[in-house]
Write a protein that binds this ligand. Structure first.
Ligand code: CP
Length: 467
């Protein structure tokens, strides 16, 4: 099987079997990094990094050179024609005519998806705002697999800025897919976004167990923990037991502690950075003395700032420099596959990915926009050609998911485009949670951002509008 011409925009673009097969190829590359120069000769990779990067950019570029290919690069929006107001779509079409593959990092969520839609060559998302960083997830999973053989059944704690960390957002879905139990240890106010939690519950069949008070007993030494997410791969009976059993479960040990820095560049301007820094949880030697960390892999996507002390570097449990080093063979394997230089065999019975649900689409010329101001679909240069587009992920309650950044929207007012039946008085709008609204077929659904908008389009309130 080959992955030629595929994109990697989110981690769900690869199945579990494809990830496993990619890792087998990476194992081979890791053993002979200097003998791969024949694979991508004559190919050009465009490396577009519009946010700072050390590891991702340089491992992709060095990887392409080791594969015998060449690299063209742009690292500053201000030095590209984006600064003159060019759209991402136009840039993608042009760069796609110069290069055989594009690697893009951009501060807007969903930007990589737009590049993939327009480039005409394979596109790899190297991080789009707070959305996802799927190749970091590949490095993370590869590290766990090298150290522990399998992710299934492991207890993995995610630490720090779970709200803005794109490495967290792509890793969490992968961990759920591979059957890990996930523990959340966020900094104050930096909890996992509601839409990510909901998706874990609805699409990965996970169960969330809140245990926020576990760390309040003076005698216990557990690290701060907000919630446990239990995947189908873990014992379900845990979810039915009282909190005391969760404590027992945690004391059984944490297999990996995935630490992330405070993403200060993504905080709202109103948030006081000094306050956040003061209360941000730190991983140090003292914490790691706890029994629950005896065999813990200490992971970090890097760069680190103050959240992981340098004294941990000498500890054999520290994995973060290995994670960064594995970026080379993992990204080389990915480039070779997407450029058609290598083929893979998918291991039998390994393809257990919870398949993406085929939700109905919602796309109209006017009306609701994505609520995420950092979404590519809300940017001045992009609204000229991008129409807000959503999938309808739930009818009760009505929930739309932006196809670019995956943020969710909870509309309050809807109508049916099939309103008339020849009678103007039937042109009515309804509360989205009303019995009538739920009967509207997805293809007829019209969603309004407000009652004013509905009335501006000559719809009148029905008896199903709640005041
Ligand atoms: N982990 C990671 O993405 O590092 P860089 O920002 O240095 O690429």
């Amino acid at each position: 099987m080959n992955l030629v011409n595929r994109n990697l925009v989110t981690i769900d673009d690869l199945s579990n079997g494809e990830i496993e097969a990619l890792f087998t190829l990476a194992d081979g590359m890791a053993n002979s990094l200097n003998n791969q120069a024949g694979l991508c000769q004559g190919k050009i990779m465009a490396s577009l990094f519009f946010e700072p990067s050390t590891r991702t950019r340089l491992s992709f570029e060095a990887g392409m050179l080791r594969l015998g290919g060449r690299v063209i690069t742009a690292v500053d929006i201000g030095a590209s024609s984006l600064a003159k107001g060019e759209s991402i779509a136009d840039m993608a079409k042009v760069v796609g005519s110069y290069a055989d593959i594009i690697v893009i990092r951009h501060p807007w969520e969903g930007a990589a998806r737009v590049v993939a839609d327009y480039a005409g060559v394979p596109v790899i998302n190297a991080g789009d705002g707070s959305h996802q960083h799927p190749t970091q997830t590949l490095c993370d999973l590869y590290t766990i697999r090298r150290e522990r053989q399998s992710v299934k059944g492991l207890r993995i704690a995610l630490w720090g800025d779970l709200k803005h960390g794109r490495t967290i957002h792509s890793l969490i879905y992968a961990l759920a897919r591979f059957g890990a139990t996930i523990l959340f240890c966020p900094g104050p106010g930096l909890e996992l976004p509601e839409h990510v939690l909901r998706r874990l519950n609805t699409e990965y069949r996970g169960e969330l167990k809140k245990c926020g008070n576990l760390n309040q007993e003076p005698e216990q030494t557990l690290f701060p923990i907000d919630a446990i997410y239990i995947t189908p791969g873990s014992p379900h009976q845990l979810a039915m037991l009282p909190d005391v059993s969760l404590r027992v479960e945690l004391k059984a040990g944490v297999d990996a502690l995935y630490v992330t820095r405070l993403q200060k560049e993504r905080q709202a301007p109103t948030v006081e950075e000094q306050e956040l820094k003061k209360s941000y949880p730190v991983v140090d030697k003292k914490l790691l003395r706890g029994k629950e960390f005896k065999k813990t892999l200490v992971m970090h996507p890097l760069p680190r700032v103050d959240e992981l002390t340098h004294e941990v570097d000498a500890d054999p449990r520290s994995m973060y420099f290995k994670q960064a080093a594995y970026g080379m063979p993992v990204r080389m394997a990915l480039l070779a596959l997407l450029l058609g230089a290598k083929e893979i065999t998918i291991p039998e019975k390994k393809d257990s990915f919870v398949r993406k649900t085929d939700y109905p689409a919602y796309k109209r010329d006017a009306g609701v926009n994505c609520p995420n101001i950092n979404c590519v679909s809300n940017q001045e240069t992009e609204v000229r050609y991008i129409k807000p587009e959503f999938t309808i992920v739930s009818r009760e309650p009505l929930i739309l998911r932006c196809i670019y950044c995956e943020h969710e929207l909870y509309p309050r007012y809807v109508a049916s485009s099939d309103w008339h039946e020849g009678k103007l008085e039937n042109k009515r709008y309804h509360s989205a949670d009303s019995h009538f609204a739920r009967k509207i077929k997805p293809e007829n659904l019209i969603i309004f951002a407000s009652e004013n908008e509905a009335q501006a389009q000559q719809f009148k309130p029905s008896s199903y509008v709640r005041q």
